[in-house]
Design a protein around this ligand. Structure first.
Ligand code: PMV
Length: 333
């Protein structure tokens, strides 16, 4: 009843923003992401009679019942799993992220995708990838996408029980060999407003929310075509526009939410400038201040060199389309 899994974070090109069902984590809109190579969560889970209560250790820090991290995340997820498997056993979970947690780098996506896969193995649930995606979604919406590698679409689905709301692969990781993202960390501190709070507030108060939903089908269509044709301009332009629309939603919520800091804004301006100078690159930003530069392999060196001169850029990580979630026999305890 012990298993370990690794899953990579993913970065959305068409963002998931807003839930139609908070418990089941069902989205109002479909989304598309790239699974990132190298940014990963490694998780070990063990169910045992020995454990009197669940224990969750993330990057060396222990979270128990009563803590926000446990109650709203892993605790709730384990209860879903126990109900599904018809067991009452408690579990110990140890996880390690090799990138900043909760700073807009989709750590929850990698975390719950790895956990779903590890749970499936530990309890012999025999779930297929579609069912794993649905299970991971219960932990965090974006985790439904990290089950798969390469470029991935999460279809919003229509059903109230969420059984048609899961992800699938558009193309595998090696389909687009020279596609890259440069992640510029502008602050490793945890974000002030969680994506859950941000989404709730936006749906409730932003006058732009209906307009956002009207534009999604078009964005999905364009990005999918762009990926299949390896049309970098189409993917980059659409992703950047989609990101700006998402942030327009948070800024026009009441009270408004700004996920950006001054370095984020500086980077946005520079990226637009670089593009005008002939280095084709675009940006996307999630619910945090980090800027992800979408570019091609041939321009990596030039862009990184320029990023290093920008005040406030703490770290630069290069990533490319990566693998889906997988089992490992390396246990963390
Ligand atoms: O699934 P969550 O709660 O981590 O929300 C993800 C929200 C965004 O990262 C901003 C967008 C996305 O689709 O990943």
């Amino acid at each position: 009843m012990k298993a370990s899994a690794i899953a990579n974070a993913n970065i959305a090109l068409v963002k998931y923003w807003g839930k139609r069902n908070k418990t089941l984590k069902l989205p109002y809109n479909s989304s598309i992401s790239m699974t990132t190579e190298g940014l990963m969560t490694h998780t070990t889970i063990e169910f045992s009679k020995e454990y009197k209560e669940d224990l969750f250790i993330l990057n060396g820090k222990t979270f128990k019942k009563g803590s926000k991290e446990y109650d709203d995340g892993v605790g709730r997820f384990l209860n879903v799993v126990r109900k599904k498997a018809g067991i009452r056993l408690r579990a110990k979970i140890m996880s390690y992220n090799n990138f900043p947690t909760a700073a807009g780098l989709a750590s929850s996506a990698a975390g719950f995708a790895a956990l779903a896969l590890a749970v499936n193995q530990a309890l012999c649930l025999n779930l297929n990838k579609k069912e794993l995606s649905i299970l991971a979604r219960r932990g965090s919406g974006s985790a439904s996408r990290s089950i798969f590698g390469g470029f991935v679409e999460w279809k919003k689905g229509k059903r109230r029980d969420g059984l048609d709301s899961y992800a699938h692969q558009i193309v595998p990781a090696d389909y687009w060999q020279d596609f890259r993202m440069i992640i510029c960390i502008t602050s490793s501190r945890e974000k002030k407003v969680s994506s859950r709070t941000g989404m709730e507030r936006t749906v409730r108060t932003s006058p732009m929310y209906k307009a956002w939903l009207k534009t999604i089908d078009q964005d999905i269509k364009r990005i999918k075509k762009g990926i299949k044709d390896r049309n970098f301009t189409l993917v980059g332009e659409t992703a950047q526009e989609n990101c700006l629309k998402m942030h327009a939603l948070t800024m026009t919520s009441k009270p408004s939410i700004f996920y950006w800091n001054s370095t984020t804004i500086d980077l946005i301006n520079r990226i637009i400038e670089w593009k005008n100078q002939g280095i084709e690159c675009y940006f996307t930003i999630d619910a945090g201040p980090q800027v992800k530069i979408i570019c091609l392999e041939k321009d990596i060196k030039k862009i990184i060199k320029r990023c290093r001169y920008i005040k406030g850029v703490e770290k630069v990580i290069v990533t490319r389309p990566g693998r889906g979630a997988r089992i490992t026999n390396k246990h963390l305890f």
